[in-house]
Every structure is written in structure tokens, then in C-alpha cells.
Design a protein around this ligand. Sequence first.
Ligand code: SER
Length: 331
Amino acid sequence: MALRFFLLNLYDMQTSEKILVIGSSGQIGTELVQNLRNIYGVENVIASDVKITEQSKEGPFEVIDVLNAQGLLEIVKRHKVNQVYLLAALLSATAEKMPKLAWDLNMNGLLNVLELAKEKIINKIYWPSSIAVFGPNTPKENTPQYTVMEPSTVYGISKQAGERWCEYYFNRYGVDVRSLRYPGLIGWKSAPGGGTTDYAVHIFHEGLKSGTYECFLSENAVLPMMYMPDAVKATISIMQAEPEKIKIRSSYNLAGFSFSPKEIAAEIKKHIPDFRITYKQDSRQQIADSWPKSIDASEAFKDWGWKPEFDLTGMTSDMIKNLQKKQSIKI
Ligand code: SER
């Protein structure tokens, strides 16, 4: 009886959700799509990006420019989409090079998707925010959910404004939008693009390839980070939580663990004894200096049960193991 009930529920979950992931070929999307497909079925998760990618071979895929509201609407209607994960954005370092484009993409892309929910064409949205919403005047240690923000990067400004829009659409139009302030994300399945925290991914690739890494942040630049399996777990958990549990409709603080380049290098050395790190700071140091060192995620824990699994040691050995496997398969 219990098994029948479970299977019926699973069947229901698989058939009732039609999910569109926008910006699906990026760092988060690549892993999120695989996980969503495991839960909801390949056909019920439509991947999409601004250009066709390898992902198009794995299941339904659409080319979407999220700034084209009409094009987006057509695809949403054609696939009978009821949930959107909006991941398309320019990250912190790239956004500083093209501030206006970053503002346009990060902001108007979100508004286009919020409008779809306001018009009841879709019924649930996931949109990522970031630790970049915090700025130089924010308390750096164990940064609380509610505090001084004042972001100083265009990426952070767009994320903070986006949070305000999400809360506004929830309060005013009842839009079910859910969001997390991701720390720096580290994963082995896909390449990162344009972030300040990306050194913590490149260091593994370079370490395995050449045994050395030149870091663009200083040795003591501590930042909050998270391993991708935890980020994907958090994303799916908040989306699956009962709506009453989601008390914060701007964006939840989310935490994994924090470390400096020096500390991650020491951890890598345990696996690659000859590994060497050198430092040559660039403009990304200034961005890192404006962000928190650690995050208080107690609201996420209290409201919908957030708990990370990985720490620096666990993440490092898992990254190295998987990248080694991936590289040897390639050869
Ligand atoms: N990882 C992002 C960046 O560095 C922050 O959300 O831009």
C-alpha cells in the first residue's frame, strides 16, 4: 500500500511539473538540469540557453534570449511550462566590464519572468541571488540575513534590486518566487564564468594540469563558498518546500564553509604534495574585499531545514577525485 502511494506521488510529481531552466548550460544549470531530470523526468525539464550547446543532446532544449519577452512567452506556452529557474546572468567580474549590459540582462530578464507569473502563465519561479548583495559596510563575519547591504558592484546592485522585485511581486501579485543568496560555488562538471570566487575552481584545474596556480586574490582573502552538490540540494529543497515555509521572499542567506586561497592551497597539497600557489592580485581583489567572510544561514535552517554536507576537506577530495576521473576518461 505504502509503495503504491509513493509511486503514485512520484508519478504525480513527474507529470504535473514542466520546468524551464533558463541559462541552463552555465555552472549551476549544467548540474541542476541533471538533478531535476532525475526527479521529474527528462522530458519534463527543458534546458535553454542563448545559444545551442552540448546539453541539447541530452533532452529537450530551446534557444532563448530572456530579454525577448515574446519569444520567451511562446516557448513557455508551447511546452506548457509551469515552473521557471532563471539562471541567466552576468557574474561579478564580467559585469564590471559591461555594467549596462549586466544591468539589462540581470534585471530585465528577471522582470520578464516575474511578469509570466503575475499573468498566471507559470506558477513558480526560482531566481538566484548572491553574497554580492552585501557591500563594504556590511558586517563581515557571520553576516546576518538582515543587515546593512550597500553593494558596490553592478552585479551586487542588480541582485539586490532583483531581491526587492521578487518580494514586491510576491506581496503585490502573490507570485511564488523563491531565492537563495549563493556563496561562491565550486563544481567539477562545468566551467565557471566571470566570477570573483572562480579562483576556487580554477585552482583545481591548474593544480592537476601543471601543479601550480597563480591566484588573482591575496592569500588571506577569505570568502564564503559552497560545493555544487550542496547548492543543487538547497535549490531543489527550497523549490519543493511548502509555500507557507518560505517566510523570506527576497532571498535567503545560504552558507557552506569559508576559506582563503592559502587554506585551500594547503588542502590541495595534501593530495598533490608538490602543488605551488603564487599570488598576483587584480581588480577582483577589490570585489572580494567588499564581500562577507562568512554567512549566517540560520533562517534557511529554521524555515525549510537547510544543512550543508560538505566542508573544505570533503569538497577538496571529491573535486580532485572527480576531475582526475574526468581527465583520464578524456585522454
Ligand atoms: N560567485 C559569484 C561571483 O563571484 C558571486 O555570486 O561573481
